[in-house]
Design a protein around this ligand. Structure first.
Ligand SMILES: [Zn+2]
Length: 170
């Protein structure tokens, strides 16, 4: 990653500011509730399809369960995976469409239904209210765009002003 040579040094940006900042109390917004419902439904659908066909997509069910729990707890890591994982599955599912001529309509319909269930999740999470709920709003400049600065996304950095902080619960 190329550093902006005109940007002030990091020590200066974070000067005098506490590294841990109490996150503002916020009720789960409708956008996150909707994403939570969709993720839970995908997990339930995986279980249901597993019982029906004897083929459990255990990895997917496990990820959806972790996402749902992470959503309830407002974890930024769950927010990040909640965007990345559905997109990955959608891309994988889309490859089925390249086999169009060799597949039955029922299979294609199932895949299309699966994509339709996943598609809204990253969109809902990307909305500003959702990003605020997951503590991605910069305490310094109020921008709601941040990147992880630690493995579990506890520490984060504002994409606008480069301020780094770790939100903590009061
Ligand atoms: Zn900022």
């Amino acid at each position: 990653m190329a550093e902006n040579p005109y940007a002030p040094p990091k020590a200066e940006i974070n000067k005098g500011a506490p590294a841990e900042i109490a996150r503002p109390a916020m009720k789960m917004p409708g956008t996150v509730i909707a994403a939570f419902v969709l993720v839970s439904f995908n997990a339930a659908w995986g279980l249901f399809a597993g019982f029906a066909m004897g083929d459990f997509p255990m990895f997917r069910i496990a990820i959806y369960t972790l996402l749902a729990v992470g959503f309830l707890r407002g974890q930024a890591l769950a927010w990040q995976w909640g965007i990345g994982f559905p997109i990955l599955i959608i891309v994988l599912m889309s490859f089925v469409w390249t086999q169009f001529s060799r597949l039955e309509m029922a299979h294609l319909a199932g895949v299309t239904f699966g994509i339709a269930l996943l598609m809204p999740i990253p969109i809902l999470l990307w909305l500003r209210r959702s990003r605020m709920f997951f503590g991605l709003q910069c305490p310094k400049c109020s921008e709601t765009s941040a990147r992880p600065r630690s493995f579990l996304f506890t520490r984060r950095q504002c994409n606008a002003c480069k301020f780094e902080w770790t939100p903590v619960r009061r």
